[in-house]
Design a protein around this ligand. Structure first.
Ligand SMILES: Nc1ncnc2c1ncn2[C@@H]1O[C@H](COP(=O)(O)OP(=O)(O)O)[C@@H](O)[C@H]1O
Ligand SMILES: [Mg+2]
Length: 509
């Protein structure tokens, strides 16, 4: 007596089909699961046994062998319970063979025979759809799985007994409907920020070109306030981006009631975050903050307070757009193309370089504090900006005429130009940078002069070009002109604030 059914295994956010082969043979009674299964999968045996008992089914006293094929792909998680139970019921003749063969199932069984939702239902259902199988998951996961669409079957029974009744025609299950789509989120408005025009402009440039951005300034200058207003000026997710973001959220188990949102992710992990929390991994492989921020923003407030090693682990995802997690049983990668926004005080006391507000420990304070952020990480931040403290006069200003809506419209237009090129300006390099960001004669001349006078490194030179390209796009201009180069050069930290600040950070431009 044998049967087979399907389920999925995950490598990062990628779902792969797994065939669940069940065989009942004579010999010493046993219940064996083979096929590179981890501990949670091994525990399936006990849950399946208890769930069967709960619905009045006894596992025959035979040798039960479950093979999860292909055997060389690691299997993690508790979602193998349901397909194992379905395969076993088919082998026992409780379910017709096609109830197993034509379906891909994911679900965790309770001891009472209930079926609980598990992470990864959205990519699982899409895999089933792509392979022409129907999809079965727990009732509470139905709204999420229904987003996979398609005309293949979709069942979301609350318990094993409901599933059996459905296939026996006693109580037919209705197809679940997709969860809600949250279209317009409410954002904090940029209008709330008084003064700080340079910083607001930098935020707009960063949003338009996808540039990484660092704010350096004393406490209370409005750094966190500005960063929180970035998601509002970013364009909503495109259909493909929405799919990618939702897939990662599904794998992380964060899609509550199958609700999707077009809002760009904004993740702000605390500075005590571990490397596993930030980049992914840990006991059970889960996407980290960098992947949850995919297609959106990763905001690191109080940047130097993060553990230096944790910060350096960001370099690889920043470079490649992938978070790679190496494990004894293989390498996994999650997409992680995010925009980094960071904020920091210039020194631990927060007041280095400010007139009248003495930093208690002098230049050394700023130096040691800023040295906690490595040069290579700084190198990947296109826009680095000093923010002055807000003055009482600034705070007394009326709200500015321009708010989030106006800035967002310009950002959207600038992004549309980049969409045609197929690449955000922040990601321009090599050939593409040559092709799209070549300045006109006067611009090139200014850049060369600046390079000589300011001792621009090759990286600094490219950063100026990328930012200048974004400035031209914001204007809707074809070519990068002198005025764009000039503004890009001005978007750098002021040297006058004292060597202690200047030295470890380097400059944009
Ligand atoms: N430019 C500003 N306009 C209006 N309010 C401001 C401004 N800057 C700071 N504030 C006020 O000060 C508070 C602290 O700002 P915050 O962004 O947390 O400062 P930082 O992160 O630079 O230490 C804000 O919640 C806001 O009420
Ligand atoms: Mg702050």
């Amino acid at each position: 007596m044998s049967a087979c059914t399907y389920t999925a295994s995950f490598e990062g956010a990628q779902a792969h089909p797994v065939q669940v082969q069940v065989q009942l043979t004579g010999g010493t009674p046993a219940f064996i699961i083979v096929g590179l299964a981890d501990k949670a999968v091994g525990e399936s045996r006990e849950r399946v046994r208890a769930a069967f008992a709960a619905i009045g089914l006894a596992i025959p006293s035979k040798r039960v062998i479950i093979n999860l094929a292909p055997a060389d792909r690691p299997k993690e998680g508790s979602h193998y319970d349901l397909p194992i139970a379905i395969g076993l019921m088919a082998a026992m003749g409780v379910l017709p063979p096609e109830a197993a063969q034509e379906w891909l199932a994911m679900g965790e069984l309770g001891l009472d025979g209930s079926i609980a939702p598990v992470p990864g239902l959205l990519p699982g259902a899409m895999l089933a759809h792509g392979q022409g199988y129907g999809f079965i998951c727990g009732a509470k996961g139905g709204a999420e799985a229904a987003w996979a669409g398609g005309d293949v079957g979709l069942l979301a029974p609350a318990s094993l007994i409901q599933l059996v009744n459905h296939f026996k025609g006693r109580q037919v299950l209705t197809r679940p409907v997709p969860g809600d789509m949250i279209e317009g989120a409410v954002y904090k408005d940029l209008r709330d920020v008084r003064g700080q025009e340079t910083a607001k402009r930098a935020l707009e440039i960063a949003a338009a070109g996808g540039h990484n951005l660092l704010f350096v300034g004393p406490p209370g200058a409005g750094k966190s306030m500005l960063a929180e207003r970035l998601p509002g000026i970013l364009p909503p997710l495109s259909a493909q981006e929405l799919l990618d973001v939702s897939t990662i959220q599904s794998v992380a188990g964060l899609l509550d009631q199958g609700r999707l949102t077009r809002q760009r992710p904004f993740r702000a992990p605390h500075h005590s975050a571990s490397m596993a929390a930030l980049v992914g991994g840990g006991n059970r492989i889960r996407p980290g903050e960098v992947s949850l921020a995919h297609n959106g923003v990763l905001f690191l407030d109080e940047l130097p307070e993060f553990h230096p090693q944790v910060l350096d682990s960001l370099r690889q995802p920043l470079e490649s757009g992938q978070a790679v997690i190496a494990r004894a049983n293989g390498r996994f990668s999650y997409p992680a193309r995010f925009q980094l926004i960071a904020a920091m005080n210039p020194c631990r006391c927060g007041w280095a370089g400010e007139n009248g507000e003495a930093c208690a420990r002098g230049a050394k304070c700023a130096e040691t504090y800023q040295a906690r952020v490595s040069g290579p990480l700084m190198d990947r931040i296109d826009l680095q900006l000093d923010i002055p403290p807000v003055t009482a006069a600034d705070l007394a200003l009326p709200p500015s005429a321009e708010g989030t809506a106006e800035v967002a419209a310009r950002v959207l237009a600038a992004r549309a130009i980049q969409d045609e090129r197929g690449c955000l300006n922040a990601q321009l390099s090599g050939d593409l940078l040559d092709r799209y960001a070549r300045p006109d004669e006067a611009g090139a001349q200014l850049l060369n002069q600046a390079a000589q006078h300011m001792g621009l490194s090759a990286r600094g030179y490219h950063r100026v070009l990328r930012v200048a390209r974004t400035l031209a796009d914001l204007e809707g201009g074809e070519s990068v002109r002198r005025i764009h180069i000039a503004e890009a050069l001005s978007n750098r930290r002021a040297k006058a604030k004292g060597q202690a600040i200047a030295r470890p950070l380097g400059f944009v431009g």
